[in-house]
Design a protein around this ligand. Structure first.
Ligand SMILES: *Cc1c(COP(=O)(O)O)cnc(C)c1O
Ligand code: SF4
Length: 318
């Protein structure tokens, strides 16, 4: 993380891109700074301003345009907050905002405007959320999200997981993390031992949007998670100019399956302020899914869904 690229000028120089791109990125960054870890940088093609990985991380002038319907809290996180760091939307499962920190800054992120400073940082600040979970025996699953839960050092993660494991009615622990894609070297033997050392069945949901992300050490990290026995799923976001065509998504899904990772969700973009230029229409999305169904085994086709604030589940679109 200390070695990650944080300055547009540095990114542009490293990738041999035109200097104007650094200027426009600088102007568009706002309160969500550029952040690209070295391993991810190594998977971006130099000299290509249209590279699908670059587009996920380089601030673009379009982020400063206000678009109607694109807001700070597009999925009703505020209304779902039950305690500091605890979101409860769906029956049987709750989500913990374990940290506000991410290993990479994805420009389309639906939590790019989330008020992270209000959420717990120190271990003792989790008391209220854990009490809430302990008091509700209808809960069977806790999702560690964020930010990215694998930002936490192994000891902190182990402590939190240990406390969750003591809650008798919990059966499953899910991690929503982009770390194996952004910083694959985070998937160490030590981390795997921490994840295995819990009473709960552990499910890992990673987040890759493009097959080019799955190269080299990323593929190794995913295979290690699968080989360690975790149910490993992928969620992607349908993104204009990045993966909005059947060829790209079919390749992504097939490579995931070859690594043992099941494509879980393809999300319609959440309408967060600053991300309108990434939106693909639902009708285009449906056509892409239909084509994926023609090309792939059923288990390799992700569920195409949209999150609607206040709904009881993520709504299927196809
Ligand atoms: C998306 C989400 C979940 C998980 O939903 P699944 O359909 O089970 O993957 C759980 N809680 C919150 C708050 C969510 O936003
Ligand atoms: S890693 Fe996830 S939470 Fe973090 S910026 Fe990217 S999409 Fe958002």
């Amino acid at each position: 993380m200390a070695m990650a690229v944080r300055e547009p000028a540095e990114l542009v120089e490293a990738l041999k891109l035109p200097a104007e791109l650094a200027e426009s990125a600088e102007a568009a960054t706002g309160r969500f700074p550029l952040l690209v870890p070295r391993s991810y940088l190594a998977r971006i093609r130099p000299g290509d301003p249209g590279d699908p990985l670059l587009r996920q991380v380089l601030p673009a002038a379009a982020e400063t345009i206000t678009a109607p319907g694109f807001t700070a809290d597009p999925v009703g996180d505020r209304a779902a907050r039950r305690a500091p760091g605890l979101l409860h939307k769906y029956r049987g499962r709750v989500l913990l905002i374990t940290t506000g920190v991410c290993p990479i800054h994805c420009r389309y992120c639906f939590r790019r405007q989330y008020p992270y400073p209000e959420e717990p940082r120190r271990a003792e600040q989790w008391r209220a959320a854990l009490d809430c979970i302990g008091a509700d025996s209808t809960l069977h699953e806790v999702i560690l999200s964020g930010g990215d839960p694998l930002i936490l050092p192994d000891e902190r993660l182990a402590e939190l997981m240990g406390r969750l494991g003591e809650i008798r009615h919990l059966r499953r622990l899910r991690l929503h993390t982009r770390m194996p894609i952004a910083v694959p070297e985070r998937v160490t033997d030590g981390l795997i031992r921490v994840l295995q050392n819990v009473r709960l069945r552990t499910v890992v949901v990673v987040h890759a949007n493009h097959p080019q992300e799955l190269q080299g050490d990323c593929a190794t990290a995913l295979r290690r998670l699968v080989d360690a026995g975790f149910v490993t799923l992928n969620q992607a976001v349908l993104l204009r100019g990045i993966n909005d065509d059947p060829d790209t998504l079919a390749t992504l899904c097939e490579r995931l399956v070859d690594l043992g990772v099941i494509p879980y969700y393809l999300h319609q973009l959440d309408r967060v302020a600053g991300a309108a230029h990434f939106e693909v229409s639902e009708s285009e999305g449906r056509e892409i899914i239909e084509e994926l169904r023609r090309r792939l085994p059923g288990y390799a086709v992700p569920r195409y869904v949209r999150e609607i604030a206040g709904e009881e589940f993520k709504a299927p679109l196809a």
